[in-house]
Design a protein around this ligand. Structure first.
Ligand SMILES: O=C(O)CCC(=O)C(=O)O
Ligand SMILES: [Fe+2]
Length: 490
């Protein structure tokens, strides 16, 4: 899977490199087809060369990441089909087939994942479809084909409100495009049908009819002949359309993701060397975010070299993140779009150092600690509001107790988006490379603290990398004793 992390998109980019190479060889020998193929290559090359300059920076832009997937799923496969009709060199065909077989290229599902990622960004950050389509602030302008891809996926997902905006962009861009008249006519008709469908679903039958009329006048040969009757039937078959509506809860979430918290008392940063003699010469730089529960950030804990060392190890082990579904059962969902790997302190010097830091800062007993979870978010990557505690009586992989504290290291800066937020506590945190945020998930009574609901907001631009170390409540009687009164109901 590619869309859920930037690192795997890099792999896709190198696959694209080899595709380009195969085509370059082929085009040298075949002058007849060269004009069609050259035009196609120019379009891809333009984007690809931009990517070459700084792959990570390029793919950190959601629009670029989307178009890369789109090119591989649609354009490269279309060319493959085109070539089938011709007597082309077997060598090139073979190399394409081979590539497809060996490198598990992205498929329709991935393209859908990428489109839904873009829709998520629009919802949370109030990004206008027109700005996105025209490259305002978000990379390069999209082509009408790309806009159509987004619009049709949104229609399939019943996001008619958003689909309408993307259809308008598709229509406008198609009209202004340099494509052949036949192509333009064909797609203009398709777009009218999509318009009709969307307006009809949104309850505006008059507008739907207008678009259908436009088809019969201009293109009587059109084969799909979508009619009002068919649209009505389509609606009967479908469940009632429920418009996408943002709840207050969603608004609150979006507000914090945008870095707007309600007024709250400013706490001040301070240096601290009291937790361990290790910090006497190099005191901890603490930024308290909230006193109860105590959420604080420790700055400059890791250097760039240490982070590279950790990632060199972890990136070989990444797989799509899951969420816990039930006892011993996990699932992949859109609630958590990222890739992850589990790393032990023995695996790399950086991991060992990070465990040591957590111990020195918290004083927690580390014999009962989980493997570190390293994660990497891709296009629109996020983690919806959740708790880190398990709140189940079973022990997790032989560990005693529940996740008493989360110690989350930020392993990258994020150009835009990707904040960590606490919707119940009115707190947001901007990821800062090398810093670590720490908060308790349990009360002193060791019962879950429901105020610790938190989320990772969607990444808009750039890469978000984090690492979690969860310490467990077993064996912490000395490090964090209960209070004299029960604090479970705070
Ligand atoms: O990505 C974030 O900011 C939060 C991640 C998180 O809560 C988790 O991995 O449990
Ligand atoms: Fe979490």
């Amino acid at each position: 899977e590619f869309y859920s992390s930037i690192d795997s998109l890099k792999r896709l980019d190198s696959i694209e490199s080899s595709l380009l190479l195969s085509f370059r060889k082929y085009s040298e020998g075949l002058e007849d087809y060269i004009s069609i193929i050259r035009r196609f290559m120019e379009r891809i090359k333009f984007q690809h060369e931009k990517a070459e300059k700084d792959v990570e920076d390029y793919l950190g832009n959601p629009i670029n990441a989307f178009t890369l997937i789109e090119r591989v799923v649609r354009d490269w496969m279309d060319v493959n089909d085109l070539l089938k009709f011709e007597d082309i060199s077997q060598e090139l065909m073979d190399s394409l087939t081979q590539l497809r077989k060996n490198s598990s290229l992205p498929d329709e599902n991935e393209l859908k994942g990428a489109v839904l990622g873009l829709a998520r960004l629009q919802d949370i950050y109030d990004i206008d479809a027109d700005d996105m389509a025209n490259g305002k602030g978000y990379g390069h302008p999209l082509t009408w084909r790309e806009c159509l891809e987004i619009a049709t996926t949104l229609i399939d997902e019943n996001r008619m409100d958003l689909a309408l905006k993307w259809l308008k962009q598709t229509d406008r861009k198609l009209q202004n495009s340099q494509d052949a008249k036949e192509i333009k006519d064909y797609f203009a008709t398709q777009i009218k049908e999509h318009f009709a469908r969307v307006h009809h679903t949104l309850g505006d039958k008059q507008k739907a009819q207008q678009h259908l009329n436009g088809i019969s006048e201009k293109d009587s040969q059109h084969s799909s002949k979508l009619t009002m009757k068919m649209l009505n039937r389509l609606m009967d078959e479908k469940q009632k359309y429920i418009p996408f509506k943002e709840s207050d809860r969603h608004r609150n979430y979006a507000r914090l993701c945008q870095g707007k918290s309600l007024n709250r008392t400013q706490l001040s940063c301070h240096l601290d060397s009291s937790s361990h003699p290790f910090f006497i010469l190099n005191p901890l730089q603490i930024e308290p975010m909230l006193m109860d529960p105590y959420i604080r950030v420790y700055h400059n804990l890791l250097s760039d070299e240490q982070i590279t060392n950790l990632f060199n190890f972890a990136s070989k082990k990444f797989y799509r993140s899951e969420v816990i579904r039930g006892p011993n059962e996990n699932e992949v969902t859109e609630k958590r779009v990222s890739q992850q790997a589990w790393v032990s302190p023995e695996d790399t010097p950086t991991a060992a150092y990070m465990y040591r830091m957590v111990h020195l800062i918290t004083g927690f007993n580390m014999t009962n600690v989980e493997k570190m979870q390293v994660a990497n978010y891709g296009i629109g990557g996020l983690y919806v509001p959740h708790y880190d505690y398990m709140n189940v009586s079973r022990t997790l992989a032989g560990l005693v107790g529940d996740r008493i504290s989360t110690n989350m290291f930020y392993l990258s800066d994020v150009i835009q988006g990707g904040y960590t937020i606490f919707p119940e506590l009115n707190v947001y945190l901007k990821p800062i490379k090398g810093s670590m945020v720490m908060w308790p998930n349990l009360h002193r009574s060791v019962q879950p603290d429901i105020r610790t609901l938190h989320a990772g907001c969607p990444v808009v631009k750039g890469t978000k990398r984090i690492a979690n170390i969860w310490t467990h409540s077993g064996y912490q009687d000395v490090a964090r004793p209960c209070g004299l009164t029960n604090d479970a109901l705070k």
